[in-house]
Design a protein around this ligand. Structure first.
Ligand SMILES: [Zn+2]
Length: 469
């Protein structure tokens, strides 16, 4: 080899090595939190091809650089209960630090079509369970588009209809759905046997059930009976189950429910739960939740504790009757603040929003859940540590999904990263005006691509991927 050729070869080799050492994006000098290892130290993060490729004690160089000095660098937040699966909602989620938003309680069906609609069009990762409710609405020709409103509510499914519903749920699982979604309270005639059948499918398919339980509140058969149904079906089948929004079901008995779940876990059952950081729930006023006796089932509330989402007005007996016929979202102010604090701070409870916005109307949890936990419950109330809060928003939901590459800030993990200012992070969404972005979250990175930069949405960026089982 001539000297010139040797020089050329060496130059090409050196360039190759340099290219391999350069990162697509680096996040330098932030306070990195990794809930899996409890790392809490100033580090620089190097990202290459959508993965975390380096976590270094010294600054790195890359094609793009984010200076995170004075900011917290955490795994992107994962929302296991995100009904809002539109661009409008994904943007509010991104501004709240969420990099993965999943529709697990109601779910979707058919699954392939649901994923196709969102492919390449979402700033954040999206996914859904194979839902009992959408399957039932289709099979029973219910007029509801999200929650069942008539035919699936008024009578039980026949044996033939039940078989069709289960076939649809199984098909959804075979197409990669993230589990089975089930909302028993919305299907008042769903028998215990029918629920058990879904547990059997979940066990056979090694899928997790995400369940809005049969009943909430103190009036028997209330929340304790409902947690028992979950524990007994999980015991009988060995299926995994995730109980959604424990505070709006448990109300003042939330601690009792958490103790039951803890004891069941202690006996080897795979039962988990979640809560949102608000003292009100929200659902459709036209649904079975407001059948006769709702006041007692909600722990003894009345018309004035209901707030019509479209106008923000509190209801009366008269407006309740009128709006119930019309149908639409209503906030239910029924959860005591000390119960929210208890659940948000409890080591067993994940953070999940249960949120949906429709043209700016809805519950503030759709836009503010994650910032609210960090601002109100960590910084102001000291209900939990910053690391525990991050764990409940990242590693715990990732583990529930059995996705070890998510919810971590470590080499090899997916480059979904949220950068926030611990001193400033706060929710701004209210019941009167829920469509307000959270603040104090300057950078959100999805699959290595910033979707929030200097506190603003990067509107052209759609790096969100379909999350499938
Ligand atoms: Zn629910």
């Amino acid at each position: 080899m001539s000297r010139a050729v040797r020089f050329l070869v060496l130059s090409i080799l050196a360039a190759g090595i340099l290219a391999a050492q350069t990162y697509d994006l680096v996040i330098n000098n932030g306070r990195v939190l990794d809930p899996a290892t409890n790392l809490d130290a100033v580090r620089s993060v190097g990202i290459r091809s959508g993965k975390i490729a380096a976590v270094s004690p010294t600054p790195l160089t890359g094609t793009r650089t984010i200076d995170a000095r004075g900011l917290v660098v955490a795994p992107g937040f994962i929302d296991l209960h995100s009904h809002g699966q539109t661009l409008e909602n994904y943007r509010f989620k991104a501004r709240d630090g969420v990099t993965t938003a999943l529709e697990m309680e109601v779910g979707a069906n058919p699954i392939d079509a649901w994923y196709q609609e969102r492919q390449g069009r979402s700033p954040i990762h999206f996914g859904a369970t194979s839902g009992d409710i959408p399957s039932r609405i289709a099979v029973m020709h219910d007029s509801g588009t999200f929650l069942p409103l008539d035919k699936a509510v008024e009578r039980a499914a026949t044996a033939a209809e039940q078989q069709q519903i289960r076939a649809r749920i199984r098909r959804g699982l075979s197409q990669g759905a993230l589990g089975i979604g089930l909302g028993i309270a919305y299907i008042p005639h769903m028998s215990r046997g029918e629920v058990l059948e879904l547990f059997k499918i979940a066990a056979a398919e090694k899928a997790t059930l995400f369940v809005h339980m049969r009943n909430g509140g103190p009036v028997e058969p209330g929340v304790v009976d409902s947690v028992r149904e979950m524990i007994s079906d999980a015991t009988a089948t060995k299926a995994s189950v995730h109980i959604v929004h424990i505070t709006s079901m448990g109300l003042r008995q939330t601690q009792e429910c958490l103790t039951m779940i803890e004891e069941a876990r202690g006996r080897g059952l795979d039962i988990t739960t979640e809560a949102y950081p608000y003292t009100a729930g929200m659902t459709n006023l036209g649904s079975a939740i407001f059948d006769e006796g709702w006041q007692g089932r909600q722990g003894g509330i009345t018309f004035g504790d209901l707030q019509w989402a479209l106008t923000g007005e509190r209801l009366t007996a008269e407006s309740f009757a009128r709006y119930r016929k019309q149908g639409g979202y209503v906030a239910i102010h029924a959860i005591p603040e000390n119960i929210v604090q208890l659940a948000v701070g409890h080591p067993l409870v994940m953070i999940a929003s249960d949120g949906i916005l429709n043209e700016g109307k809805g519950h503030p949890r759709a836009a503010g859940t994650f910032a609210r936990v960090l601002g109100r419950y960590v910084r102001e109330q000291h209900a939990l540590s910053l690391m525990d809060a991050v764990r409940k928003m990242t590693m715990m939901p990732a583990d529930r999904l059995r996705m070890p590459n998510k919810g971590r800030l470590a080499v090899g993990a997916d480059a979904d990263i949220t950068v926030f200012d611990e001193a400033r992070v706060t929710d701004r969404a209210t019941f009167e005006n829920p469509a307000q972005y959270s603040e104090g979250i300057p950078y959100v990175v999805v699959n290595g691509i910033p979707v929030v930069e200097r506190g603003e949405l990067v509107r052209a960026a759609n790096p969100g991927k379909a999350v499938r089982r």
